[in-house]
Design a protein around this ligand. Structure first.
Ligand code: SF4
Length: 437
């Protein structure tokens, strides 16, 4: 850590001759001095980019702006910045301008699945509520590159009211994820108001916040913020560490404050070429996370967003990483590897295959060591027939609040209460012929 402390002092001194390192932990000071130009970047880290590279970098910034907190900058290894995982997440690359044929501005169709301002309603029982479009840093790999930095679209109270009305009018929404941008860019009072309004809605059971502040600006996690958040339990917070080097003394302190306040913490990592596409790096990351009471939640395959082509790895790399985690370390240290389906299909989990074969009474499996084993199926199992009126539900479990909903997808094919026997894509030529004969 000592090296970071020295770097921090140098950066603080250069930002302002009169600025003392004592300002360093003031999150407002950090935001006021966010680095937004290549000149400043070069000056603060004593780096000089070649002229041709500079021209390309300026061109990149005109499409995807730059913004990095001095704190996050201080984690960059200036001696070897080309290979530094922090630098790669913070600083533009001319490769961002290589927009491939399959790249999209909004690959997850968040805008299309938006029935009200600020709301993305994709899954049956939960919504994403975009309450801020700004971030303390513009991560180069951000899937919402199209939105970050768009100051004009920071939602005001009136707009947020429309999102709140949508949640109020949809009793099926039991989980609200506050997202952005970064929700913790809002001041405590405004955030308190939003949380209070969401908490007033009776059918909302849990609120989640997605924030990268513990990683890029840990000083935002102030005692005052934590006291305010505590009032709105049950509240979960998911953050976004991508590399073990991001887990510093300051970020540990931020995490500790949240965990001590009883706020469950999860982490979403994006698999990024040249940053963390290595089983050893990810294993070190998940171990550090659980050591600091953060549960690895998702490992994301990089989305098909414009400007991210150079960060994308083959899916095989993710499977290789999962192979190195499952069984090799504690189950709660293993995230779920997912592809967020292009077009808005939601998260699809991927895993190495452990099921080798099966018959009516035996399942053949392999474990993480390569041991092949059998699991004997029960002979005496009596299948239950569930028409949603069965005695198991009514008498045994006493699930008065069991949900009534229409099963979809494969769940529907497996259910007893729905007679659908197949799912057929639209415009199926065979079915069309039937209908016209
Ligand atoms: S903090 Fe999150 S939303 Fe903001 S730029 Fe980074 S990844 Fe994107």
């Amino acid at each position: 850590m000592a090296i970071y402390d020295q770097t921090q002092q140098n950066i603080a001194r250069k930002i302002n001759e009169n600025s003392k390192i004592s300002n360093w932990k003031d999150w407002h000071w950090q935001l006021r001095h966010s680095v937004e130009s290549i000149d400043t970047f070069e000056n603060l880290l004593d780096i000089q980019f070649p002229a041709e590279e500079r021209r390309e970098l300026e061109e990149t910034l005109s499409k995807f702006p730059l913004s990095v907190t001095p704190y996050y900058m201080s984690l960059i290894d200036a001696e070897d910045y080309q290979n530094c995982p922090v630098f790669k997440q913070a600083f533009p690359s001319p490769a961002e301008l290589d927009i491939g044929g399959c790249d999209m501005a909004d690959p997850l169709a968040e805008d299309t699945d938006s029935p009200a301002p600020g709301i993305t309603h994709r899954y049956p029982d939960r919504v994403l509520f975009h309450i801020s479009n700004v971030c303390s840093m513009y991560c180069r790999h951000c899937t919402r590159k199209r939105k970050v930095g768009d100051q004009d679209s920071i939602p005001g109270r009136e707009e947020l009211q429309q999102g709140l009305d949508y949640i109020r009018n949809h009793p099926e929404v039991r989980d609200v994820l506050l997202s952005g941008g970064d929700p913790l860019m809002l001041n405590d009072d405004y955030l308190d108001w939003i949380l209070t309004e969401v908490r007033k809605i009776e059918h909302v059971q849990i609120i989640r916040i997605g924030s990268r502040m513990p990683v890029v600006l840990p000083y935002r996690i102030t005692d005052e913020l934590v006291e305010m958040l505590k009032k709105h339990q049950p509240l979960w917070l998911n953050t976004h560490f991508n590399h073990p080097r991001e887990i510093t003394t300051s970020s540990k302190q931020a995490i500790r404050k949240l965990a001590d306040a009883g706020i469950p913490l999860g982490n979403q990592t994006v698999l990024l070429a040249g940053v963390n596409d290595c089983p050893r790096v990810i294993k070190a990351l998940v171990h550090k996370l659980v050591h600091n009471r953060v549960r690895p939640y998702y490992l994301y395959q990089c989305d098909l967003s414009e400007g991210l082509t150079h960060f994308r790895t083959p899916v095989g790399k993710g499977i290789e990483i999962m192979e190195s985690l499952i069984g090799h370390t504690s189950g709660f240290a293993v995230p779920t590897y997912v592809i967020d389906a292009p077009g808005g299909g939601g998260k699809i989990p991927l895993s190495p295959n452990y099921l080798i074969s099966l018959s009516t009474n035996k399942v053949v499996l392999r474990n993480y060591e390569g041991v092949i084993t059998t699991y004997q199926e029960p002979d005496s199992y009596e299948a239950t027939f569930c028409d949603r009126e069965c005695d198991d539900c009514r008498l045994h479990l006493k699930l008065d609040d069991a949900e009534e909903y229409r099963a979809t997808g494969i769940e529907m094919l497996l259910s007893d209460h729905d007679e659908t026997i197949s799912l057929t894509p639209e415009n199926n030529a065979r079915i069309d012929r039937r209908n016209h004969e």
